[in-house]
Design a protein around this ligand. Structure first.
Ligand SMILES: NC(=O)C1=CN([C@@H]2O[C@H](COP(=O)(O)OP(=O)(O)OC[C@H]3O[C@@H](n4cnc5c(N)ncnc54)[C@H](OP(=O)(O)O)[C@@H]3O)[C@@H](O)[C@H]2O)C=CC1
Ligand SMILES: O=C(CO)COP(=O)(O)O
Length: 340
C-alpha cells in the first residue's frame, strides 16, 4: 500500500475530525467524509469543523468531502468514525463498493444496534472474515487529541501486522499507540465504559461523594471482568488503555458526554433535555440496551449496567437505582476467581 495514498475518515463528528487532524499532522493526506455535503462544503471553505470541533483549524492535509463514491475511489484505507447506532447500516452500504484491497479501522465504541454483536463481528460478517480490520480505542477525548495533548491508545486487530500498520498511521511523539490481538476485550471495554460512566455521573449528580464514585468504578471493573471471562476476552486487556484507562477517564472527567448525561439525570433533568443539551452522541444510551442482551447471552450479572438501563430505558428514578445497588445481597468481594 502506497504511503502517499490518502487515508479516509468516514464520519466528521468530534472524534473523526480529531483523528483526521492527527493523521494530517503526521504528514498523511486525509479525506474527511461527512454525510451532509453542506457540512463538508462549510468545513472546506472555513477550514474548521464549526459544528463539532470549532476551535481547531483543519491542517492543509485534511480534505473535507461529502462524496462517498469519490472517497472510495481514491482511498483504500478507511477509518470509520460514526456512532454505533448507524454502524451496521453504514457498513452494509459499503458492501460491493470497496476495492478488494480496502482495509478498515474504526473509532466507534459500542455494540451493533440490532444484534448487540461487537462491531468486529459486524465487519467480518458483512465484509468478510478475510478483510483486514482493526479497532482504535482507549482514553482519548477528541479535543485533547486535536490540540496535540499527550494521549495513548490501543489498536486491536486479529492480524497483528495490520494493527501495527494502523498504529503507524497514528503514532507521533505525543500520540502513543499500543497494539493488541484481543479485539473482543478491547471492544467490550470501550462499549461498557460508556454505560458505567453514566452510572458514575448519576451518583455524582445526586450529590454522592468520592467514596461512591470509587466504589462504582471498582465494581464496574468487576462487571467487565465477569463479562470478559464469560465471553472469552483476555483479562489482561481489562487492565489496559481500552479497559481501566478509558473507564477511569470517562467516569471522572466532565469532558465525557456519558458522564455529563449521568450528572444531568442525577440532578433530576429528563433524558430528552439532557441529551439535547449535550448535542453529541452519547453512546452509553444505546449501549445500555445492547449490554443487557449481551449479559443475557452469556448469563452474567451486570448490576450497575442493569440499573443504568433501568434509569434510561425504564424511567426508573436515579435514586431508586442507587438504592437497589446498595441493598443487593451481601457477598464476598472476590469469589473463587476475581470475576465472581
Ligand atoms: N469524541 C470523543 O472524544 C471520542 C469518541 N469516540 C467514539 O467515536 C464515535 C463517534 O463519536 P463522535 O465523533 O464523538 O460523535 P459526534 O456526536 O461528535 O459526531 C457524530 C458524527 O457521526 C455522523 N453520523 C451519525 N450517524 C451517521 C450515519 N448513520 N452515517 C454517517 N455519519 C453519521 C454525524 O453526522 P451528522 O452531523 O450529519 O449528524 C457526526 O458527524 C462514537 O462511537 C464515540 O463513542 C471514541 C473516542 C473519543
Ligand atoms: O470515549 C471517549 C474518550 O475515550 C469519549 O467519551 P464520551 O463519549 O463519554 O465523551
Amino acid at each position: 500500500m502506497q504511503d502517499d495514498a490518502p487515508l479516509a475518515v468516514l464520519g466528521a463528528g468530534s472524534w473523526g475530525t480529531a483523528v483526521a487532524v492527527l493523521l494530517a499532522s503526521n504528514g498523511r493526506q486525509c479525506l474527511l467524509w461527512s454525510r451532509d455535503p453542506a457540512h463538508a462544503a462549510c468545513m472546506a471553505a472555513t477550514r474548521r469543523n464549526a459544528r463539532y470541533l470549532g476551535d481547531i483549524p483543519l491542517p492543509a492535509g485534511v480534505e473535507p468531502t461529502g462524496d462517498l463514491d469519490a472517497v472510495l475511489d481514491r482511498a483504500s484505507d478507511l477509518v470509520i468514525a460514526i456512532p454505533s447506532a448507524g454502524f451496521t447500516t453504514f457498513v452494509e452500504g459499503l458492501r460491493g463498493r470497496l476495492a478488494d484491497n480496502a482495509r478498515l479501522a474504526w473509532l466507534t465504541k459500542g455494540l451493533a444496534h440490532d444484534t448487540a454483536d461487537t462491531l468486529d463481528c459486524v465487519i467480518a460478517s458483512v465484509l468478510g472474515e478475510d478483510r483486514l480490520r482493526a479497532v482504535i480505542s482507549g482514553p482519548s477525548f477528541a479535543s485533547e487529541v486535536a490540540r496535540g495533548q499527550p494521549t495513548a491508545v490501543t489498536v486491536a486487530s486479529p492480524d497483528i501486522a495490520f494493527a501495527e500498520t494502523v498504529a503507524g498511521w497514528l503514532r507521533n511523539p505525543v500520540f502513543r499507540v499500543y497494539t493488541s490481538d484481543d479485539m473482543l476485550g478491547v471492544e467490550l471495554g470501550g462499549a461498557l465504559k460508556n454505560v458505567l460512566a453514566i452510572a458514575v455521573g448519576i451518583s455524582d449528580g445526586l450529590g454522592y461523594g468520592a467514596n461512591a464514585r470509587a466504589a462504582l468504578i471498582t465494581r464496574g471493573l468487576a462487571e467487565l471482568m465477569r463479562l470478559f471471562q464469560a465471553a472469552g476476552a483476555r483479562p489482561e486487556t481489562l487492565m489496559g488503555l481500552s479497559g481501566l484507562g478509558d473507564l477511569v477517564l470517562t467516569c471522572t472527567d466532565d469532558q465525557s458526554r456519558n458522564r455529563r448525561l449521568g450528572l444531568a439525570l442525577g440532578r433530576g433533568e429528563s433524558l430528552t433535555s439532557a441529551l439535547q443539551a449535550i448535542g453529541r452522541v452519547v453512546e452509553g444510551v444505546t449501549t445500555a440496551e445492547g449490554v443487557m442482551r449481551v449479559a443475557g447471552r452469556y448469563g452474567v450479572e451486570l448490576p450497575i449496567c442493569e440499573q443504568v438501563y433501568g434509569v434510561i430505558h425504564r424511567d426508573m428514578p436515579a435514586q431508586d437505582a442507587v438504592q437497589a445497588l446498595l441493598t443487593r445481597d451481601p457477598r464476598p468481594e472476590l469469589g473463587a476467581s476475581f470475576a465472581d
